[in-house]
Design a protein around this ligand. Structure first.
Ligand code: SF4
Ligand code: SF4
Length: 449
């Protein structure tokens, strides 16, 4: 017998280790001695502990794990083919934006022609719909995400109304990613169509948020955004509040939790914190490096219980922690995100991209929809990235939880999307597991999600 080659062992305190079976998500606490034993090439079943670990799938017969890996690779191919049938059509009505956030990762585009582009006209919107209808004729879902730039700008209301009305008449459901500044003016309109979710960014208490996310001329947006969220909650529109965190606002997030609780937005509007994205094109010095982000975030959770209002901060990226500590069902992750399956971003130039951060970078364009639908070699490259096609990921114990992580970050770091981006998975194993385990042990309960 032998222990799983891809076992995950995380030291959770001086004497205890969390042993995770990456194939089933089963986890057990073991001591130092058992931990050492599991490192041996061959293990004899001669104690109750070993028998229990065998029953839990941590110890297997020689060759069993290889068979399982072959099976999983076949399963991954099948699931990937199925996932390709789903399309999430992300429409970028304009690259323009009504805010000038300090850390905007699209900032470089203000300086060139991309940001000067007018908003999509009806002719382009019609071409978009004829493209997606041809793709979705017998597809399993009809979904449009409004994306940007900023899609919900008051000055563009007429074309947004046109898009919502056409989508609605063809049976599409909508998701929206918005900065929320003009959102209040769209709530009545959105309440007349099917909306799956609206993601809005709020970066902390009013004075902190307004110093980071403002209109041209530095006019803050906190009041406008919160008014919009109030209206959405009243209209039963599901909202996700994204808190972009960097070293400037990290310490103010607990104070925002007070405001969030007073508002009574939960659970209609769930909030979570995530790291401000760095961009190679617009360097921003306040970004917390990925290897520090988990640790700093955990420190905050440990020292301030108000942070527990934001459990979605964990588990959204790392499925194993979502499963072990937040009670979400275990789902194996064979690829990093939907850029490798269902995402299509359509921009005002008639170009199509697979990734939300790659939009506007022509070298990543996967095709066009003007004058007609074409898909190029990039399309196959983006869709082909799975844990089985990135060599480092194919051999990695964390792969089923990590999925190979973000292809675009891998590209920025290593120059190729066919390379790993391990930062988040590794720091999450190192810091998050320990904290979440202790929380569970001291409270005897999982975080509510
Ligand atoms: S990105 Fe890194 S941690 Fe994630 S699966 Fe690949 S090698 Fe493993
Ligand atoms: S590749 Fe990275 S940036 Fe692009 S959509 Fe996926 S997670 Fe987002």
């Amino acid at each position: 017998m032998q222990s799983l080659k891809r076992k995950i062992i995380i030291k959770v305190d001086e004497q205890k280790y969390l042993l995770v079976n990456p194939y089933t998500g089963l986890a057990d606490i073991i001591d130092e001695e058992t931990c050492q034993l599991l490192q041996h090439d061959s293990i004899s079943v001669d104690s109750d502990t070993i028998r229990t670990l065998q029953a839990r799938g941590h110890i297997v017969h020689e060759g069993d794990e290889e068979d399982l890996l072959d099976y999983l690779e076949q399963q991954a191919k099948k699931l990937h083919q199925e996932a390709l049938q789903y399309h999430n059509h992300c429409l970028i009505p304009t690259y323009g934006c009504n805010l000038r956030c300090l850390y905007c990762y699209e900032k470089h585009m203000y300086k060139n022609e991309v940001k000067l582009t007018p908003v999509m006209n009806k002719k382009t919107v019609d071409a978009f719909f004829s493209t997606i209808l041809s793709m979705d004729s017998d597809g399993p879902q009809r979904l449009i995400t409004l994306y940007g730039g900023e899609p919900l700008q008051l000055k563009n209301k007429e074309i947004i109304q046109y898009i919502l009305s056409l989508g609605n008449s063809h049976g599409y459901t909508f998701e929206v990613v918005t900065n929320g500044a003009d959102f209040q003016h769209f709530v009545p309109l959105l309440s007349t169509v099917s909306v799956k979710s609206v993601q809005i960014t709020l970066d902390g208490p009013e004075r902190i948020h307004d110093a980071r996310r403002f209109r041209p001329g530095k006019k803050g947006t906190f009041q406008d955004i919160t008014r919009g969220i109030d209206m959405a909650v009243d209209h039963d529109i599901p909202v996700k509040i994204r808190i972009n965190v960097d070293s400037d606002n990290l310490d103010h997030i607990p104070e925002f939790a007070d405001f969030y609780q007073e508002k009574g937005w939960y659970p209609a509007a769930k909030a979570y914190a995530c790291s401000v994205r760095s961009s190679s094109c617009s360097p921003y010095t306040r970004v917390i490096p990925p290897e520090d982000f988990s640790r700093k975030m955990i420190d905050l959770f440990v020292h301030d219980r108000r942070m527990e209002l934001f459990p979605g901060t964990f588990g959204s990226f790392n499925f194993v922690f979502g499963h072990l500590f937040l009670g979400t069902p275990l789902k194996k992750r064979f690829w990093g995100c939907s850029a490798h399956t269902s995402l299509f971003f359509y921009d005002p130039f008639g170009d199509i991209y697979a990734c939300g951060e790659a939009v506007g970078h022509k070298e990543h364009r996967i095709g066009t929809f003007l004058p007609e639908l074409t898909l190029n070699e990039n399309y196959h490259n983006w869709r082909g990235r799975t844990i089985h096609t990135v060599p480092e990921c194919a051999d990695c114990s964390l792969s089923l939880f990590c999925g190979g992580a973000c292809a675009f970050k891998a590209y920025l770091k290593n120059g190729s999307i066919y390379s790993p981006y391990c930062d988040h998975a590794k720091s999450s194993v190192e810091h998050e597991a320990k904290y979440l385990y202790h929380l569970m042990e001291t409270r005897g309960t999982m975080l509510s999600h």
